[in-house]
Write a protein that binds this ligand. Structure first.
Ligand SMILES: NC(=O)c1ccc[n+]([C@@H]2O[C@H](COP(=O)([O-])OP(=O)(O)OC[C@H]3O[C@@H](n4cnc5c(N)ncnc54)[C@H](OP(=O)(O)O)[C@@H]3O)[C@@H](O)[C@H]2O)c1
Length: 340
């Protein structure tokens, strides 16, 4: 692979820093690395391959024609402003926010599922929500031979999914609560330590939150299957790293759990950990800091003949975000889609 000049907006964030770690772990050749953030982090340094890189404040002038790759990992509003500018320079732009996920001109890509969608990118490639990625990876091996009809999903999302401040917030709230004080950090809609909060993002008119709507729309876009019926309930829980979810899925034809287990085990990027006789199933702690998508508790949905229930886990900042981005870079490079 050629060496790329890479600019990261949000380079001081929890995903931005993990992205640097994964670039290094996967030995991606990097020419010039530029890390951008707000004035809060400007001037701080981040170590990359033994060199200190100074974080700069982001401005319109930050994006230049020598950026081969721009990774936007900051906020929806920052992405809306800077992604078109970077794409206009000819840079290959990967956006981790929800700003472009439903834009019909922007592919939404998980390399194990729809790498061919990279071919029609027009400068910007979008990155799915950290809950969508593990769910569709777990279901894809069945869906590709027996199309999905309906999904009901409930999530148990770690605070890391809400950024670095939320991780610090849970730690501070937990310490205070153990000393008998309620001190909400303000990083969630309610105090999160020792609690569970059924609101991630804002409510829409129909009573679903935007996080829940994202899961539904992104699944349909990635699978190119606009008719899949999906109802999601997204809940923040007081785990630090590792999103969990229970998924009930109905396919065009009935699926037997043994057959499902075998199919899921063939899926790229997914590992089955499912042995109830020996009380084996995955938990969030099993995936923290790894790229694994683990699937267990695969069984019949007794409320709907032929349907399945399962449980899946992944680290939101790894395969839910930074790892997928690095895999997109690898795949786009293989396909010669990054302008040099
Ligand atoms: N955390 C996850 O599991 C996850 C998963 C999938 C997608 N995402 C998405 O990834 C993005 C980053 O999330 P994160 O969890 O890494 O958040 P984070 O830890 O809060 O970091 C956000 C970073 O973005 C920078 N930033 C914020 N607004 C900016 C602006 N207007 N211009 C330039 N820089 C700006 C911040 O700068 P300062 O350092 O100066 O504050 C910080 O470096 C978000 O779009 C999020 O929705 C996150």
């Amino acid at each position: 692979m050629d060496a790329y000049n890479i600019t990261v907006v949000g380079g001081a964030g929890i995903v931005g820093r993990e992205f640097l770690k994964i670039l290094d772990q996967r030995e991606i050749p990097v020419g010039r690395l530029r890390l951008l953030a707000t004035a809060r982090s400007a001037g701080k340094t981040v170590d990359f391959r033994g060199k200190a890189v100074t974080i700069e404040e982001t401005s319109d002038a930050s994006f230049t024609a020598d950026d081969h790759i721009v990774f936007l990992s900051a906020s929806g509003s920052a992405s809306k402003r800077y992604a078109p500018m970077a794409a206009a320079n000819g840079s290959f732009v990967i956006d981790d926010s929800s700003a472009f996920r439903q834009d019909p001109a922007v592919p939404l890509v998980i390399p194990e599922i729809n790498p061919e969608d990279l071919e029609w990118h027009k400068g910007i490639v979008s990155q799915p929500n950290c809950t969508t990625t593990p769910m569709v990876l777990a279901l894809h091996p069945i869906h590709r031979v027996n199309p999905l009809k309906r999904i009901i999903v409930s999530t148990y999302q770690a605070v890391a999914g809400a950024g670095g401040a939320a991780v610090d917030g849970l730690a501070a709230e937990s310490r205070a609560a153990l000393e008998g004080r309620h001190e909400p950090s303000g990083t969630q809609k309610r105090e999160i330590a020792f609690n569970a909060v059924p609101q991630i993002d804002l409510f829409d008119a129909d009573g679903y939150t935007k996080e829940e709507i994202k899961m539904a729309n992104e699944t349909r876009k990635i699978f190119h299957a606009p008719d899949i019926a999906i109802s999601a309930t997204c809940v923040r829980v007081p785990t630090f790293f590792g999103h969990a979810m229970t998924v009930w899925a109905e396919f065009t034809n009935p699926v037997d759990p043994d057959e499902a287990r075998k199919l899921i085990a063939t899926g790229a990027g997914v590992t089955v950990v499912d042995d109830p006789a020996n009380e084996q199933y995955p938990t969030p702690m099993d995936v923290a800091g790894t790229d694994a998508v683990l699937v267990g508790r695969i069984r019949k949905d007794t409320s709907c003949p032929g349907a399945l229930a399962l449980w899946t886990i992944t680290d939101s900042i790894r395969k839910g975000a930074a790892t997928n981005v690095v895999q997109v870079i690898e795949e786009a490079a293989r396909r010669n889609l990054i302008r040099r």
